[in-house]
Design a protein around this ligand. Sequence first.
Ligand code: CTP
Ligand code: MG
Length: 180
Amino acid sequence: MLVDLVAVAFWAMLPAYVPNNAAVLAGGGAPIDGGRTMDGRRLLGDGKTWRGTAVGTLAGVLLALGLNFVAPDVGHVIGFELPVFPFAAAVGLALGAMLGDVAASFLKRRTGRERGAAFPVVDQLDFVAGALLCTALLDFGWFAETFTLPVIAVVIVLTPLLHVVTNVVAYLLGLKNEPY
Ligand code: CTP
Ligand code: MG
């Protein structure tokens, strides 16, 4: 069932969706790259801070643990089982999402894009790639069981849509400088 697939994909990815938004709210302070440059351009830029990354990761992990509490009840209501996050998977999804975003900024700077510049497709899927990769590394059994090919396909279609909508909303609310 497509509805089941979408629900499982969305649920399993929630701990990876929240960190970026938490980082936007918590951002500021010292940049991770400490101002260092490579070939005259910043390594990562001022948009990637220690505080944003730490708060984003923590928010994702806490959300996963919270979801574990309500998964049985929500699963009962919707009539199918929702994934429960082992701690390693929670860390993989949240930290991986942040690292994917950091890796994208590294690529953006290397390709001459200033902080805040759009990098279509990369902006929408960097954290998905990071989250899936990190989760597979930290708990491969859970990853393989949860992220079947159909679920991954739904994630790849669903995520850019959600990303565009949440970023436009954050922009309209004045929380973000660009709507992407
Ligand atoms: N942020 C942060 N630390 C992170 C990710 C995000 O502090 N690891 C905060 C920063 O305040 C950043 C804002 O969230 O400006 C928006 O995030 P993002 O769009 O990813 O950064 P940009 O400023 O657009 O920079 P870049 O071009 O490198 O993506
Ligand atoms: Mg940006």
